[in-house]
Design a protein around this ligand. Structure first.
Ligand SMILES: Cc1cc2nc3c(=O)[nH]c(=O)nc-3n(C[C@H](O)[C@H](O)[C@H](O)COP(=O)(O)OP(=O)(O)OC[C@H]3O[C@@H](n4cnc5c(N)ncnc54)[C@H](O)[C@@H]3O)c2cc1C
Length: 318
């Protein structure tokens, strides 16, 4: 059996796609796990996106706690006998996967970008050396635990006719050594680059923080409104918050349109946006690496190109 868990619904739907593909190949089922929520609505949604079974672990926990969740997932694994566990690779998921692997003395690979069966063994690929190489690794033991970042796989097409079972089981929550004192939501404003369909991103080609308004204006007329950036803009210059940061160590995005302005196109940036459907690059250096990844390129000074492009798009879009 293939088990799928994430505390993020969209990520669970993406994992269900890969999970059901692997399960079919193994002649087994794919089961989605919900922890602490007994509402059947979500379970039914998981079934319509490919789950053969949904296991609801009814526990008394208000919010995510890695130690406790690892204990619960361990029990679910023992109940179900799952041999492959796919966990969403957000901060919570990585914490959870490594703790679960530690408890089970199992293998665990973090941030996989491809998974397949070779000689009936789970084989995974992940980006290493800052995006310069891909490591291919194979599990020799079971269960095999992997985490998968968002946007690596698309969800399956929703199929309301797909049927599946919903199983509910109450579990006691183990005492853990740590205690959550307070959960404070991050102030992300309305930025969600991961779900954006149109992103205009800025890089170190910009001379000042104020100039980023040129990018916002283009994003606005493209009806995208989402501004992204390279690492130096968020991490070094702090002109934008980390919510905008795209790349290997930032957010992975998959918009329909990605416009990279004043971004050189180092592999670490490309790693976060290479799956965009259409990539447009604006850079004054005709040799800039970004043009190798772009579908359309404009060689020119962004301070001349952006105002003209924004005005043209505005006219076209009405
Ligand atoms: C472990 C690791 C993880 C990393 N993770 C990330 C990550 O997640 N995301 C990320 O982005 N980077 C990441 N980096 C950094 C990455 O290697 C690059 O340093 C970074 O992407 C460069 O940002 P940039 O393209 O904005 O700046 P630069 O490389 O300085 O490029 C600026 C570009 O702007 C162009 N330009 C300058 N002036 C103009 C103008 N007036 N008009 C038009 N074009 C102009 C230049 O020709 C140049 O190509 C990581 C690095 C490491 C080592």
């Amino acid at each position: 059996m293939v088990l799928v868990f994430s505390d993020n619904k969209n990520l669970s739907l993406e994992l269900l796609n890969k999970g059901s593909e692997l399960a079919k190949e193994l002649g087994k089922n794919v089961t989605a796990v919900i922890i602490g929520e007994s509402d059947d609505g979500l379970a039914k949604e998981y079934i319509s996106y490919g789950a053969d079974k949904v296991f609801i672990a009814e526990v008394d926990i208000d919010s995510f706690e890695a130690e406790k969740y690892a204990g619960i997932l361990e029990k679910v694994l023992k109940e179900t006998g799952a041999e492959i566990v796919l966990i969403g690779s957000n901060k919570n998921g990585k914490d959870l996967a490594s703790r679960l692997a530690g408890r089970l003395d199992a293998g665990c690979v973090i941030d996989c970008t491809n998974l397949y069966l070779k000689d009936k063994k789970l084989t995974v690929e992940r980006v290493v050396y800052s995006g310069n190489a891909i490591a291919v690794e194979q599990f020799n033991s079971k269960p095999s635990i992997v985490t998968i970042p968002s946007k690596v796989f698309d969800p399956l097409k929703k199929d309301d006719k797909h049927s599946g079972d919903i199983v509910k089981k109450k579990f006691d929550v183990e005492k853990s050594a740590s205690k959550v004192l307070k959960v404070q939501e991050m102030q992300t404003g309305d930025v969600n680059v991961e779900d954006a369909e149109i992103i205009v991103s800025c890089g170190r080609g910009f001379k000042s923080k104020d100039d980023i308004k040129l990018v916002s204006e283009l994003a606005e007329v493209l009806k995208g409104k989402t501004v992204g950036c390279s690492r130096p803009i968020a991490a070094d210059l702090k002109w934008l918050s980390e919510d905008h940061w795209i790349g290997l160590s930032g957010h992975k995005v998959k918009p329909k349109l990605y416009v990279a302005v004043g971004i050189s196109g180092q592999i670490q940036h490309i790693a976060g946006m290479r799956d965009s459907s259409i990539i447009v690059a604006i850079n004054k250096d005709p040799e800039a690496l970004i043009f190798k990844s772009a579908d359309y390129g404009i060689v020119g000074d962004l301070y001349e190109v952006l105002p003209k492009l924004t005005s043209m798009v505005k006219d076209k879009m009405g």
